[in-house]
Design a protein around this ligand. Structure first.
Ligand code: HEM
Length: 192
């Protein structure tokens, strides 16, 4: 069998109109971001196990998992920073101020998810909260491409744990990812 060069073996089909490097960058973005749901799942397991009444309430009623996942998405910041800056391409009037063309704007979805005008007692984790309009997956044209997949993964992971391993508990010190852009546990020792 003929040996393939490194660039051939990394060859990725290019989409209509996209130059190969842009296609590669787009695919890299999807692949890198696809790990986010696994990290979020670990974070959610930690949230549930750090207060047994939370995990026990889902063990008793797994039907509540989808709403609980939405509430944990709302309150748990996945990123370690305020996200990508946006650069205004024209002057924009925004809630009483003007963002000038060329200005950089940091949009904090974490702050939006704790907006007291939208969420009652926003700092409280309330697994019974009616799933509302959180922006954990962003908003508008840049809305997360993987949101449906991430929701499915998270709901499946948490439902499986509460139904098949109801005695799951923390078993040691949690260590945190120190350098990654995505925040969450690096090690989460558990027992059952
Ligand atoms: C809990 C898991 C996840 C969360 C909280 C999340 C969150 C987000 C957020 C907030 C954005 C918007 C970023 C911005 O406005 O600049 C975004 C974009 C994106 N996400 Fe996710 N994501 C998750 C999982 C995933 C998964 C599993 C995939 C792919 C399989 C994915 C693929 C993408 C892509 C490709 C974009 C860029 C969309 C664009 O710029 O048009 N995400 N995500």
């Amino acid at each position: 069998m003929a040996a393939r060069t490194a660039s051939e073996s990394r060859d990725i089909p290019s989409g209509g109109g996209l130059v190969p490097s842009a296609t590669r960058a787009a695919w890299s973005s999807v692949v890198i971001r696809s790990a986010a749901a696994s990290v979020a799942a670990c974070d959610m397991v930690l949230t549930l196990l750090s207060d047994r009444s939370r995990s026990e309430s889902l063990v008793a009623d797994p039907e509540r998992v989808p709403a609980a996942v939405e509430e944990m998405l709302r309150i748990t910041p996945l990123g370690r920073n305020a996200g990508m800056p946006r650069i205004a391409t024209e002057d924009v009037e925004l809630t009483g101020g003007t963002v000038r063309a060329g200005d950089a704007v940091l949009v904090s979805t974490v702050a939006a998810n704790r907006d007291p005008e939208v969420f009652e007692h926003p700092e409280d984790l309330d697994l019974d909260r009616e799933p509302g309009s959180h922006v954990a997956f962003g908003f508008g044209p840049r809305h997360c491409l993987g949101a449906s997949l991430a929701r499915m993964e998270l709901q499946t992971a948490i439902t499986t744990l509460v139904t098949r391993v109801p005695t799951l508990d923390l078993a040691g010190e949690v260590t945190w990812r120190a350098t990654a852009l995505v925040r969450g546990p690096a090690e989460l020792p558990v027992r059952w």
